[in-house]
Write a protein that binds this ligand. Structure first.
Ligand code: ZN
Length: 206
């Protein structure tokens, strides 16, 4: 077999740290307090944090590695959600449904303590707690978001099909996900219904 074929990529060594560092990554992006407008129910708490820490206060970051081409390729990366709370609500990522919605995704917790919050457009919901060594295999058709319910960074390793894409608007257009992850007693968390959630609109692709 020829290895000069341009469609064949070269295996890449990735060094993955429990802190989320990813040697060999090809892309990094960061989200700041100012990017999270409209995400939290307690808008006043979000505004107070922005006023105190500024728009450019880091709230989560992603490092990822992908090959150049091919619908069968994988994207591998780390997600780091810093601890925080807005009113009773714990710090979250924006969350998404895959644009190719049947695409699944693995999340494996490297450090910290968090929750994978999950909804289907049909009204099913789930919340899976993750600590180091635990993973969740998110099936296709599930909207998903990481939530940090601990006091340390919540770091996960993720892996999904490179052609999946992300539909972020489905959450924003619905007024947020169906449930909120909130404080519940010392070091505890629970989910409560999100009063702004108006149902997911389907029939459109991202
Ligand atoms: Zn995803």
């Amino acid at each position: 077999m020829s290895h000069t074929d341009q469609s064949i990529d070269v295996p890449t060594l990735l060094e993955i740290s429990t802190s989320g560092a990813l040697a060999g990554s090809t892309r990094r992006y960061e989200k700041y307090s100012g990017d999270m407008e409209g995400v939290y129910l307690d808008e006043g708490a979000w505004k107070a944090e922005v006023a105190q820490k500024g728009h450019n206060n880091l709230v989560y970051s992603v490092n990822e590695q992908k090959y150049q081409a091919g619908p069968g390729a994988l994207i591998v990366g780390t997600s780091t959600v810093l601890p925080g709370a807005y009113g009773d609500e714990y710090a979250v990522t924006r969350g998404h449904l895959h644009a190719v919605s049947d695409r699944a995704e693995l999340y494996y917790c490297l450090s910290g303590r968090g929750v994978m919050l999950l909804d289907t457009v049909d009204g099913d919901s789930s919340a899976v707690e993750l600590t180091a060594g635990k993973a969740v295999n998110v099936p296709g058709h599930w909207i998903h978001r990481s939530v940090n319910v601990g006091s340390e960074p919540f770091v996960t390793l993720f892996c999904y099909a490179a052609d999946a894409g992300q539909n972020y608007a489905i959450i924003a257009d619905a007024g947020g996900m169906k449930n909120l992850v909130v404080h519940d007693g010392p070091d505890g968390w629970t989910t409560v219904p999100n009063p702004r959630h108006s149902g997911y609109r389907t029939g459109e692709s991202a």
